[in-house]
Each structure stands twice: as structure tokens, then as C-alpha cells.
Design a protein around this ligand. Structure first.
Ligand SMILES: *Cc1c(COP(=O)(O)O)cnc(C)c1O
Length: 488
């Protein structure tokens, strides 16, 4: 018998792994309607369960296991001290409905976090409610619309989105009930200014812009873009997911951005991926502060107490209670641990690492980088198009990287780069790790030309082989029944 057999097949009648403690409350009979004759749970010993779950976890890939250059996702090392602070009983064992007088410490942390991230990005007010980046976008779009409605501008319904944008930007626009209008990029990867001018009219709510954009490039026209949009009565939404490149160096609020979300789980180090809790606070200029979702934390007029406060023209509540508080504690810890100089250094190192990767990839000459004539910011977008290996594609290269124990980069995004391989090393990787990855890319390029089947069959060393994604989507098997329950 193998340990990684299906857990139901390990089951033996009567085997047990629990010793329940003696009850500390009086026993009461279980109501009959809650009882059933059969409950097919696996019967296992404690060591079997421990081994089963440890082995399952080892089949997974995580940033604590190896290099994870997943472009745009900022998969950096997450300091373990964050977990310790988030678990302190004063933070972890409180309830959101408690009397504010009993949770002043937690509210103080939220208050300071609101202020710190406002300062980092150059905004006047912040709401910590949204649960993720996309949720922050949705919130921001509603804020922009609410501000314009308050001015009586009912005709606006379009949001401009550059063609390099993350898919969440047009999706948030559509979720909010508006029309996304795509703006092309120019030859340098910036927003095409002429196309922007052509699209601006009095029906435009605003633009959603990512800086650095998802080509890993600083939007050099951003100030001009903001000026043009503002002149047309629109507002500028900043997708702040790539803040890791510019912290302590440039403040999006100073560049003309009116609303922006932060990905606390990217820039400010909370484990993410696999659907773990995130946090996507939204920062705004003073003009938009009254529209923020609430309640936010404020100081009382006497300045001696933290209170919940609903902004006067709030778009309402975006999340139950006060958002994902544990993520806020982690972000707060991370910011305090680094201080202003440390955060600047984070961004400098992130940009240095990405430029090192870009320069070495260009030097190797196998993988084209369409915008490689510019310095990149925190990530670089190469292509899995290898001369002399026409039937090898980015997907094959990504799968082969798994065989060499790397998490593949983001692939086929941004959409405007054919066969995109989007590499974001982050600041927490050392030079040896980057060199190891670069040597592996080089080796895979050789394999693609000499043994392309190695790539087409990859991965061969992973717990699962290449998945048939089409079949998985058409015939999903969502539960596997214990063999004892399978009748036909
Ligand atoms: C990750 C990301 C988002 C969405 O953030 P989530 O927290 O995953 O919802 C939006 N835009 C960009 C550029 C991103 O990288």
C-alpha cells in the first residue's frame, strides 16, 4: 500500500485516530433528525492522516519551496514574523461586533495602516474593506461613478482600458455596469496618446491604467494621460498591483491618479495563490474621500479614541465586517519592519533583479523581448519563440520548467505579446537563484532544438502530467466517491 493512495482506500473498519477529551459541559442527547445510519468517513490512524496531508502538501509548489517568477503576481518571500503577529490573541481572537472600546488596539492598527499606505502612494484617504485587487477595482470604479453622479453627470458610462491591462480591469468595468473601451499601446509599450485623445468625450467616466504596466514598463505618458482625461471631465483609476516596483520612489497620487487599489497580498507580503485571503484597499484623493466604502477607522474629535466612521456620501459597504483583518496585520508588520528606507530598497532590488534577468536573456539571445530596448521595472516580458524550434511553444517551455523544479512564469499574458513569458523575480531572490533559472532557460532552448519531444511531453517529473484542459472543462469530475460507495 502506498501512502499517497486515495484516503478512502486506506480506511479499515474500526481504526481510529481521535481520543475526544472528556466534555466540560453537560451531555445532551443529539436530536434524532441530526442522526443518520451511515456516514462514510474514512477510518484512519493519526499517523496515516498526518502522512497523507504532508504528502499532499509536498505535491504542491509554493514560494517557500522554490523560485516562483509569476509575472504581475509578485510572489515574494513572506516573512514568518507576519504570521506570528497575525496570530497574537489580541488580533486573532477578537470579534468584529465587539464594542469598539474593547478593540482599540486592532482599530489603531487599521487606522495606522490606512495612513501608511495613503502616504506610500500619495493619497488622502484609504478604505481597507475590499478583499482583493479585483474587488478594489470594482470599488474604485463605483467611487468614480458616484463622484460624477453627485455632480449631475449622468451621461458617463465608458471606461477606457489600455490593451496591456490585466483582464480584471475590463471585468470590473463590466461588473459595475459600464462599457470598457480598449486603447492600444504605442511602439514603446505606452498608452497611445493619439488613440486616447480620439476616445475621450463627455461619456467617459475615466481610464483604468496600470503603472508600471503589465509589460513591466513605466508608463512614461502617465502625467499627460491624466491631464487629458481630467480635461475631459474623467477620472484616473490606477491599478496598483505593480506597486512593488515604485515604493518610496514615486507616488501614484502625485502623477495624477485619483483612485488606486493596493494588493496587500502582493506588494506587502501575504501568502497568496490558491485562493487564500487577500486584501485590496483603495486609496483616493481628498475630492473622493467622502465616497469611500465604510465604515473606515477615524480618530474621535477629541483625538483620544478610534471610532468607526461612515464617509458622508459612501458608496456603501463592500465587504462583511471590516475586510480581511489578518492580512492587514501582516501588511502592517511588513511595513513597520522595513520602514521608509527599507520599502524603497525593496523596490530598487525588485527592479534591479528584473533588469538583470532581462539583460541576461537578451544576451543569451534565445528568447526575444519585444520591449527590451527599454529598461524594465519589476518584470520583463519575453517570448517563448525560439529560432529553429518552430513547433515548440511557450506552454511547452513552461511545462518543462516544472521538470526542473521551477514554478513557470506567467504565460500568454499580457495578450499583446505573442507567446508571452512574463518573468517577475521579485527582490527576495539572490543572484544564484536567478542564474540557476537563466541557465535552465538556456538549457530548455537547447532541448527545444535537439529533443523537442522532451518539451512536448513535459512535465514528466511532476505529480501530475500535462492536463487535458479541454476535457477537464467539458467533463469535470468534481467528487470522487469512496470505492465502497461506487455501485455501478
Ligand atoms: C493581480 C492583479 C490584479 C488583480 O488582483 P487580485 O488580488 O488577484 O484580484 C489586477 N491587476 C493586476 C495588474 C494584477 O497583477
Amino acid at each position: 500500500m502506498k501512502y499517497d493512495d486515495y484516503i478512502y482506500d486506506l480506511s479499515r473498519p474500526g481504526r481510529t485516530g481521535v481520543d475526544l477529551p472528556a466534555p466540560d459541559v453537560p451531555e445532551t442527547p443529539i436530536p434524532a433528525e441530526f442522526l443518520r445510519d451511515e456516514l462514510p468517513l474514512p477510518e484512519l490512524s493519526l499517523p496515516q492522516v498526518a502522512r497523507h496531508y504532508l504528502r499532499l502538501s509536498q505535491k504542491n509548489y509554493a514560494v517557500d519551496k522554490g523560485f516562483y517568477p509569476l509575472g504581475s503576481c509578485t510572489m515574494k518571500y513572506n516573512p514568518k514574523v507576519n504570521e506570528w503577529t497575525a496570530r497574537l490573541p489580541g488580533f486573532a481572537a477578537i470579534h468584529p461586533l465587539q464594542d469598539p472600546a474593547t478593540v482599540q488596539g486592532a482599530m489603531g492598527l487599521m487606522h495606522d495602516l490606512q495612513q501608511m499606505i495613503a502616504e506610500i502612494a500619495g493619497f488622502d484617504a484609504v478604505s481597507l474593506q475590499p478583499a482583493a485587487g479585483a474587488h478594489g477595482e470594482f470599488t474604485g470604479v463605483l467611487i468614480m461613478r458616484a463622484a460624477q453622479l453627485a455632480r449631475g453627470e449622468t451621461q458617463r458610462h465608458k471606461i477606457l482600458v489600455p490593451d496591456s491591462a490585466h483582464g480584471t480591469n475590463p471585468a470590473s468595468t463590466a461588473m459595475a455596469g459600464f462599457t470598457a473601451v480598449q486603447i492600444p499601446s504605442d511602439a514603446d509599450g505606452n498608452v497611445d496618446i493619439e488613440a486616447l485623445k480620439g476616445a475621450l468625450d463627455d461619456e467617459v467616466i475615466g481610464i483604468m491604467i496600470t503603472n508600471p504596466n503589465t509589460l513591466g514598463l513605466f508608463e512614461s505618458h502617465l502625467v499627460e494621460v491624466a491631464r487629458l482625461v481630467h480635461e475631459a471631465g474623467g477620472l484616473v483609476y490606477g491599478d496598483g498591483a505593480n506597486l512593488n516596483a515604485i515604493m518610496g520612489i514615486v507616488r501614484p497620487g502625485d502623477l495624477g491618479i485619483d483612485v488606486m487599489h493596493f494588493n496587500l497580498h502582493k506588494t506587502f507580503s501575504t501568502p497568496h495563490g490558491g485562493g487564500g485571503p487577500g486584501s485590496g484597499p483603495v486609496g483616493v484623493t481628498a475630492e473622493l474621500a467622502e465616497f469611500l466604502p465604510g465604515p473606515v477607522v477615524a480618530l474621535s474629535d477629541e483625538g483620544d479614541e478610534y471610532i468607526w466612521k461612515q464617509p458622508a456620501q459612501s458608496i456603501g459597504r463592500m465587504k462583511s465586517f471590516h475586510g480581511n483583518f489578518g492580512v492587514m496585520v501582516k501588511a502592517y508588520t511588513y511595513i513597520k519592519m522595513h520602514g521608509a528606507d527599507g520599502l524603497r530598497q525593496v523596490s530598487e532590488m525588485a527592479v534591479l533583479n528584473a533588469n538583470y534577468m532581462q539583460a541576461r536573456i537578451l544576451q543569451m539571445g534565445d528568447y526575444p523581448i519585444p520591449y527590451g530596448h527599454r529598461h524594465c521595472m519589476h518584470e520583463t516580458v519575453a517570448q517563448g519563440k525560439l529560432a529553429g524550434a518552430d513547433d515548440v511553444h511557450t506552454l511547452d517551455i513552461a511545462k518543462r520548467l516544472i521538470d526542473y523544479d521551477y514554478h513557470p512564469p506567467t504565460i500568454y499574458f499580457p495578450l499583446i505579446v505573442h507567446e508571452a513569458l512574463m518573468i517577475e523575480p521579485t527582490e527576495t531572490e539572490d543572484k544564484e537563484t536567478l542564474d540557476g533559472f537563466l541557465e535552465t532557460l538556456d538549457r530548455i532552448a537547447d532541448e527545444a532544438r535537439t529533443h523537442p519531444d522532451l518539451l512536448h511531453e513535459a512535465p514528466v517529473n511532476a505529480p501530475t502530467r500535462r492536463l487535458d484542459e479541454v476535457r477537464a472543462a467539458r467533463n469535470p469530475i468534481l467528487v470522487r466517491l469512496p470505492s465502497t460507495m461506487v455501485t455501478s
